[in-house]
Design a protein. Sequence first.
Length: 210
Amino acid sequence: MKITEAPPEGAHLLTDYTRRLIRQMTYMAENMPQRQFDEVCELIADPSRNVFIIGGRVTDSIAQLLSIHLRQMRSRIYHMPGNPELWPEYVLRMRKQDIVIVFDVRRYQPQLAQLAHLISEQRQSTIVAITDKWMSPVASYARHVFAVPIELETAWDTQVCLVTLVEAIIVRVSEMDWTATRKRIESWDRIRFSLQDALKEGGGTEPDAE
């Protein structure tokens, strides 16, 4: 699919950019392996499995988006920090039946590939690589690979297709057992709102130190 770098004559940048995004999202939807998408969602939805999520320098914000929503649906969701010094704690928790979701698009981060290699050898957890068409080295160690379009023939790659994939996963996982999902979200919100009320009653300040 070819996308010209210069917008059509007279087209506003925002209009042209949006059209490019729509084409890329359409391309992803038409070429995404649906069976693999469903299989990964089933693994994530399984409450007996731990799910570990990590991203790279740019994509970790998208990894965090996924982890925030999954935590509201089920327990045993772990968003791994960017500092490799803290990774051993998470790696030691990993079991063979667990899932590790790694986001890594160009420019790839060698430490993520090293992490995936270590996990595949020592923990044998199922690795899901979310990458681009050029394939992160992480994909070599992954059982499931999603190659997401990121190129728009502009100065910057887009993250919109990554976010679209993540939101689709969130919706699919939540609907697999909506009764359990709704119950947990309701419990989550009760706690959250009660903490907000307690903060208001306390004036929103910490007590004076003695």
